[in-house]
Design a protein around this ligand. Structure first.
Ligand SMILES: Nc1ncnc2c1ncn2[C@@H]1O[C@H](COP(=O)(O)OP(=O)(O)OP(=O)(O)O)[C@@H](O)[C@H]1O
Ligand code: SF4
Ligand SMILES: [Mg+2]
Length: 397
């Protein structure tokens, strides 16, 4: 097997924001935007990062480039832990890791011309200072870059507001490429663009990757977007990494319940897979990333975090007490409330349920609600954070 060399190794990375309010901040409110995530990105690959809005994708990208100071963890780039590099020594790394931002309207300075925007990095990193005529070399580079992203020389002296969203994103790409980076963090570079433009921009990024041996961290909302571009994909949910696998494996055999749900919502154009395409509807509340409890963050929505309790021959087959009700239970005869969702089932309540005509109901699987699962390598290259991966994989849960 070919040796893969990691360009970036993220280890136990945390980025927390203190949201405590009030003068004395009596109640600490910590927003765990990124909470102890680890992953590698290999040289020359595209690592896709997906998850719903607010799960921490942009914060991950911004913390890697140290736009945000990491709360904890390591960001090992080419063997150096950037988390412990002091700000004053960050400049060379800032050149090597570039970012293309989510919003092409907000990410370009409205008062700068295209030339100034692209030249900024070239100047900061003194890229042509050793040339005989640095000014001319810089201008030549800017024209070349504009051309390579599908813009024209004439655009060089215009301002961002004179461009469409797609063109602005091209300017953002030219700005990133100008300093000859190794890694580009593409933060949803196409989601603000018209569908007709999206493919063009993706193709362009892929061409640059081949030509320049670039490595990408490609952030996107949904899996359909990253499927074709990514070699491997990481799935995030409320600050946690839930699954990491090579793209094919993730699509063919998703193991985490959240990934399964995400995938089921993508329409499959392939008739061979049509039977697979049963849509999984996620119910239940999304938990808050503020002061999260010790539990799986997906537990409130997971289809596997509940156990079906059935009455067989007049008796419930599993012991009921000291478990949390998954659903509200009414006595079918009296319509009286026996137990509310999330209520602890005591012995007295268990007896009431036994006596009532209720035939089946769900309780919460305790481990899902009391312990946060670690991300573990379930199979070679396939990482999953779930207490019941094996059972789900073997269909025995
Ligand atoms: N600078 C900040 N200060 C405080 N909270 C922040 C900051 N940046 C992000 N957050 C919070 O961190 C969480 C993750 O936000 P983030 O922008 O990383 O999500 P995202 O996955 O990129 O979402 P989207 O798909 O909408 O871009 C959110 O709850 C957000 O409100
Ligand atoms: S640990 Fe429990 S709640 Fe979390 S994904 Fe696995 S089965 Fe679902
Ligand atoms: Mg974002």
């Amino acid at each position: 097997m070919e040796e893969r060399e990691p360009l970036l190794r993220v280890r136990n990375l945390k980025k927390h924001f203190d949201k405590s309010r009030g003068l004395f901040k009596r109640e600490k409110r910590i927003l765990t935007a990124v909470d102890d995530i680890s992953f590698d990105i290999y040289k020359g690959e595209t690592f896709g990062l997906v998850g719903e809005s607010g799960c921490g994708k942009s914060t991950t990208g911004r913390t890697i480039v140290k736009l945000y100071k990491p709360t904890a963890g390591q960001i090992i780039f080419d063997g150096v832990d950037l988390a412990s590099v002091p700000e004053k020594d960050m400049l060379p790394y800032r050149r090597k890791i570039q970012m293309i931002f989510q919003d092409p309207y907000a990410s370009l300075n409205a008062r700068m011309t295209v030339t100034d925007i692209i030249a900024e990095g070239i100047d900061t990193h003194k890229i042509f200072d050793d040339q005989e005529d640095p000014k001319q070399a810089k201008q030549k580079r800017i024209y070349e870059l504009l051309e390579s992203v599908g813009l024209k020389k004439e655009h060089a002296n215009r301002y961002p507001h004179e461009f469409s969203g797609g063109q602005r994103q091209r300017i953002g790409i030219a700005r990133a490429l100008a300093v000859d980076p190794d890694l580009i963090i593409c933060d949803e570079p196409i989601s603000a663009l018209d569908v007709s433009i999206q493919a063009q921009v993706v193709n362009m990024l892929e061409d640059f990757q081949k030509e320049r041996g670039l490595t990408y961290l490609f952030i996107a909302h949904d899996l359909s977007m990253v499927k074709y571009i990514s070699d491997r994909i990481g799935v995030m949910y409320i600050g946690k990494m839930m699954e990491i696998a090579p793209s094919d494996a993730l699509y063919e055999r998703p193991l985490h319940p959240y990934t399964k749900a995400l995938l089921s919502s993508i329409p499959l154009p392939d008739p061979e897979h049509e039977d697979k395409g049963k849509r999984i509807v996620l119910e239940g509340d999304v938990v808050s990333p503020i002061n999260p409890k010790d539990r799986c963050r997906f537990a409130t929505r997971c289809n596997y975090s509940k156990v079906l309790i059935e009455k067989i021959e007049g008796q419930f087959v599993k012991a009921l007490t000291d478990k949390y009700a998954r659903e509200t239970l009414l006595d079918p005869n009296t319509h009286e409330l026996i137990v509310k969702e999330n209520q602890l089932i005591t012995e007295a309540i268990a007896n009431r349920i036994e006596e009532s005509g209720v035939k089946e109901f769900h309780i919460n699987r305790a481990k899902c609600f009391t312990e946060a699962p670690e991300l573990i390598e379930y199979e070679k290259d396939h990482f999953v954070a779930c207490h019941f991966t094996e059972e789900i994989d073997k269909n025995t849960l």
